[in-house]
Design a protein around this ligand. Structure first.
Ligand code: UD1
Length: 418
């Protein structure tokens, strides 16, 4: 088991290269199984969620290699393979193989997914869209078994679930006939998946909107795609500058969509400059309270930035109110932040944060990726030593986060416990 040891108080200052997008990389890995031909994904983050998904994919016989942020996959000779509980619980991204396997093999067996503990995270919408595409789906206590070649249909999603949209797209690109998907998620990562699939020969229209029209093709070929930077990692590093009164310059940010995030950081008193391939966040001596923010599907403030902004609000002048509408268990980080002196009241979807002048080092435990990032940020801004356990959650989504923070002036190390 490993933990992070942080000695707080240093300003986060300097330049860093932004990693590629995790949530765009994961569905692309699943999508690669549809491609008969070499896939090359550039700017791929080297994080444990990516590695886990690759280990699942390689069980199909696909040849995968991730080196220097270039991911190559050749699934030309892939054969069907069941994803068991052990593999499924390591990463929730595994659920995307449901649509991809059905598209390629017309058969899939997937144990219920794992991932971060941030709520019930059912997969009923995933199952509903696949049934709509004429797949015979059987749900057991263990997982889901699907059989049949997807057939195009008119589907209305009652909620713009990112994962269910991606599964629908993955199943529909090689379906017989046309699929119309109403109420699709419009997160930038969904659009990236669609653009990648179109490069591999898919026919997806309306990319970036909530109405996708997909004309099924017989099969996909190989493709090369360059991932854009990770908007949540960008937001996290910018929040670190805001919380410590420092300045971070992020490079390789071309095309990164920061909608929903930048207005909140600006509200907190952070000065932000965005150029073509550059994002600069400059913090102030004091953080301002963010009177009211509410998480919701894109383009609203993303739930994946909520914990980090909660940590920011904990150090602000005044009171902030945060409403979490996407994942009910995101406030699991609150009791840990309280150990550091944060004053937060939670009631259902709401957290009321009374900003304090100073946070203090403590021993805390992360139970999910973004909660872990929030605790790390609090540790950077706190007085004294903080020990953040649950390092394995942070490693799921942030590449070399401690090295990056050290290069920006932080005093942080990863300690392996014997
Ligand atoms: C994706 C992201 C995650 C982000 C989330 C919301 C990846 C790998 N993960 O997760 O980082 O926080 O989008 O932007 O891209 N729901 C159901 N039934 C379903 C599916 C979802 O009730 O079948 C609910 C979920 O429990 C949750 C909400 O819908 O309350 C949003 O989930 P969804 O958009 O599907 O998120 P994920 O795809 O799991």
């Amino acid at each position: 088991m490993a933990y992070a040891k942080v000695i707080g108080g240093n300003k986060i200052e300097g330049e860093a290269v932004l990693q590629g997008s995790k949530n765009a990389a994961l569905p692309m890995i699943a999508a690669s199984v549809l491609c008969r031909g070499g896939v090359r994904i550039e700017n791929c983050p080297d994080i444990s969620d990516v590695r886990e998904l690759l280990s699942v994919l390689s069980r199909t016989g696909a040849v995968c290699k991730l080196e220097n942020h270039v991911l190559t996959i050749d699934a030309s000779e892939a054969v069907p393979f069941s994803i068991d509980r052990e593999q499924a619980k390591k990463t929730r991204g595994g659920v995307l193989f449901l649509g991809a396997f059905l598209g390629r093999f017309h058969e899939a067996w997937i144990a219920y997914p794992g991932g971060c503990v941030i709520g019930a995270r059912p997969i009923d919408l995933h199952c509903a869209v696949l049934r709509k595409l004429h797949i015979a789906l059987e749900e057991t206590e263990e997982g889901v078994y699907g059989k049949g070649r997807p057939v195009g249909e008119r589907i209305e999603l009652p909620y713009p679930s990112v994962g269910a949209t991606e599964n629908a797209v993955l199943a529909a690109v090689c379906a017989r006939g046309r699929t119309e998907l109403f109420g699709a998620a419009t997160e930038p990562e969904v659009s990236e998946l669609c653009r990648f699939l179109n490069k591999a020969g898919a026919k997806i229209h309306g990319v970036g909107t909530n109405y996708l029209v997909i004309d099924g093709v017989a099969e996909l070929h190989g493709a090369t795609y360059r991932l854009t930077g990770d908007r949540i990692a960008a937001g996290t590093y910018m929040t670190a500058a805001a919380m410590t009164g420092g300045e971070v310059v992020l490079r390789e940010t071309e095309g990164v969509c920061m909608d929903g995030i930048l207005p909140v950081l600006r509200m907190a008193g952070t000065t932000i400059r965005q150029e073509k391939n550059l994002l600069v966040a400059t913090g102030n001596d004091r953080v301002l309270a963010v009177p009211y923010i509410r998480t919701a599907p894109f383009p609203a403030f993303p739930t994946d930035m909520q914990s980090q902004v909660l940590a920011l609000a904990a150090k602000a002048d005044g009171d902030s109110v945060i409403c979490e509408t996407v994942f009910e268990s995101r406030f699991a980080v609150v009791p840990e932040l309280r150990k550091m002196g944060a004053e937060v009241l939670c009631d259902g979807q709401y957290a009321v944060v009374h900003g304090v002048r100073q946070l203090y080092g403590a021993t805390v435990r992360a139970t999910d990726l973004r909660g872990g990032a929030a605790l790390l940020l609090a540790g950077l801004a706190a007085e004294g030593e903080t020990f953040v356990y649950g390092d394995e959650y942070i490693a799921r989504g942030y590449e070399d986060i401690y090295g990056l923070f050290r290069s920006l002036g932080a005093d942080v190390v990863r300690v392996e416990e014997s």
